[in-house]
Each structure stands twice: as C-alpha cells, then as structure tokens.
Ligand binder design. Structure first.
Ligand SMILES: [Zn+2]
Length: 387
C-alpha cells in the first residue's frame, strides 16, 4: 500500500460548485426540459412520477414538492429486490426500464444545463497538485458523487486513472476499438485513485455475473480519458453514449447478454454494498484514508442519515487519526452543527466556511500544500509515456 499524503472526500457540494444541479434541482430541470418531455424516455419516467408520487409536472408550482432523486432510485431498487412489487404493472423489468429512463433524463438534463462544465474546479485542483511537490499517486479522491466531472477534468492532465474496479473491458482490444481502457500500473507516479463510493453514471453492472464495464460518458470523444487516444478518429465518427444505449434499451452485459444496469447506489440503501465491486472499492477507499496524513472534505455535510459513511470514517479514525482534517463547506446556516458532527470523529480540524472555487482560487489550498510539506523537493519524474 502506497503512503498517501492527502485524501479528498467530495460530497454533493463539490459538484454543485461546477454548475451541476443540486439534489432538489435535478428533477425540476428534467421536468422543464422540452426535448425530454417529448421523448419516449421522458414520457415513461414522467408517467411513473405522476402515478407513484401524485405529481403533475404541468401544474407543478413548487420544486420542493418533488421527491429527491435518491428517493426515487432507492424506491425502485427496493421494489425490484422486494418479493412484494410496488404494483402489478411495475414488474422487475418495467422498473428497470423506468430507472434507465430516469438516468437517461438525468444525463440529458446535465448535458444541456447552461452553467455545467464551463468552469471546472476539479481541473483547477489537479492543476495545483501537479504544480506542487506531490505526485498524483500520493493523493486519492473519494467521492460520493456519481457524476463524471472529476474524470472528465483528468483528461487534460493525462494521469492514469484508477477507479478501483477490475472492469471487464480493460484491454479488451478485440472489442470495439473505442471501448477499452488501459489498466493503471501500481507503481506509476501519475496514477490517480478515484473511488466512487456510490457508483457512477459510467459503471455498467450486470447482476447476473456481477461484472462491471466502464462505459463512455458524455458526448465528446475528447471526454474519454486514457484509451484509444493515438487512434485517428474516423470521419463522421460518433461515439455511442450512455444516453444512446439507454434510448435503445441496449444496456446488456457483454459477457452473457443479460440486462445490465447503471451502478448508482443511493446512500440510504447502504446494504446494497453486497455488490462485490463496490464493497471492494469501499475497502480500497478505507485503506487510502487510514494511510493519509491529511483529509480534506469538500462540500460534504456528513449527514446523520448516511450512517454507513459515518461508521466508515469513525472506524478509520480509530486506526489512524489524521494529522489534520480540513473541511471546506459553504454552510451559511448551521456551521456549528456541521463542525460538531466532524468533532465527533476527528480531533484536529480546520474549517473553511467557503465554496470549493474560492478554496482553490484564493490561495487557501496552495498555502495548505506548502504548510503540509515545507521542505520537500519533488523527485525527478519519470517520463510517463502516454499520448
Ligand atoms: Zn453478465
């Protein structure tokens, strides 16, 4: 196990800083999207919302009357696993279709969101790490977010991303030449660990053989980190995005052709961690945390409902109390409450009541980096090959 200097733990607030809609805004932005409302995918999801939550998007006046995305996902998962289905017409396969429709809508809503991706704090963060005396391999990113903003930000730096999962399409060069990835080497100083504890929009999971495939996300060819970058892009080449797959309902496992699903685990359903790839990922994140000198929490309010995460952090703190825990949170209403929650776990805390962007642009992170290792010189870096 490599010694870690810093582990970052990102909550919803970190993605919000990049214009990604917050929980209570996602659904209303889906319902306002004209293209979605008119598509078959959108209609399928909206009729579910009307029927199950007594919501009519046409007469909706207050976005607070909408359920959270997590609630819907958890409800669908519960009703799929439970022996008693929600209602006779919501069979397992119908619910799976509705869930896929919801995810397709979510992706479309994010892609068309105006502010999304214009400024990326993750990119700025990576930039500052690269310029510091730290290697990417000395940092780990643990995130509660299932969006792919962080991975997308990595593309311009070309670190070797390690998502902590043994994907079935690692170096499967016999398949679609644009659908395979290079498995990162353990001793690569450019290896960047990203552990997505609640799954990802880019993880395709097969419940039958329990395998996970990494699928291209987004609409840009350039958004795909790591693979195929020296292969010339064919003329008129259009990558088949997750949205395309979901629209065509062709989300199947490449091994056994069984229906697959997007691996997103709502925090309320922590028991779903019996999925081997995900429980393994939690173990890797745990090792990173207990190896770290510093923990930096960004936009994570440590909600009491997420008892799984609380216990996870507490357990790690019994093994290793970090030198310092840094909390970055723009929490205007209840700073003390937030701080008390962290104090129940950690001893040495420094709290910055600021947003992720300001934390990076106002020199706070830069100063912290310098204070963490004042006299260290970055050893000469091996050339990393790559493209
Ligand atoms: Zn399978």
């Amino acid at each position: 196990m490599q010694h870690k200097k810093i582990s970052f733990i990102f909550g919803a607030g970190a993605s919000y800083a990049q214009g990604y809609p917050l929980q209570d805004e996602i659904l209303s932005s889906i319902l306002k999207n004209k293209k979605l409302k008119e598509s078959e995918t959108g209609k399928l999801f909206i009729s579910f919302l009307k029927d199950v939550y007594n919501i009519d998007p046409e007469t909706l006046s207050d976005k607070h009357s909408l359920p959270t995305l997590e609630h819907i996902l958890a409800l669908i998962d519960l009703s799929t696993d439970d022996e008693a289905p929600l209602k006779s017409e919501y069979s397992k396969s119908n619910l799976l279709k509705i869930k896929n429709a919801l995810i397709a809508c979510l992706i479309e809503a994010i892609n068309t969101s105006n502010s999304y991706n214009k400024y990326n704090s993750y990119r700025n963060l990576l930039d500052q790490i690269k310029e510091s005396n730290l290697y990417f391999s000395e940092v780990s990113f643990i995130t509660m977010n299932y969006d792919t903003l962080l991975e997308n930000a990595c593309t311009s730096f070309n670190p070797t991303i390690n998502l902590g999962i043994d994907f079935t399409n690692y170096e499967d060069i016999m398949s679609d030449p644009f659908n395979w990835w290079i498995e990162p080497a353990h001793d690569n100083p450019d290896k960047l660990d990203i552990y997505k504890l609640h799954g990802s929009l880019s993880f395709k999971y097969c419940p039958y053989c329990k395998s996970v495939e990494l699928i291209p996300f987004g609409i840009c060819y350039e958004n795909r980190p790591e693979q195929g970058c020296d292969i010339p892009k064919p003329k008129d080449f259009k990558i088949k995005t997750l949205f395309d797959h979901l629209e065509e309902e062709s989300l199947t496992c490449p091994r056994d052709s069984q229906p697959a699903r997007i691996l997103i685990i709502p925090p309320t359903l922590s028991k779903k961690l019996d999925i081997p790839a995900i429980s393994n990922l939690w173990k890797k994140a745990f090792s990173s945390i207990i190896e770290s000198d510093y923990l930096i929490f960004v936009g994570y309010s440590l909600p009491l409902a997420d008892i799984h995460m609380w216990q996870f952090l507490k357990r790690a703190s019994f093994i290793n109390q970090p030198k310092k825990v840094i909390i970055v949170d723009l929490n205007k209403v209840s700073n003390n409450k937030l701080l008390y929650r962290y104090k129940q776990i950690y001893k040495n805390i420094e709290f910055f009541n600021t947003g992720f962007n300001s934390f990076l642009t106002e020199g706070i992170f830069k100063n912290l980096l310098e204070a963490m290792q004042p006299n260290r010189k970055k050893p000469v870096q091996k050339s990393s090959g790559g493209c």
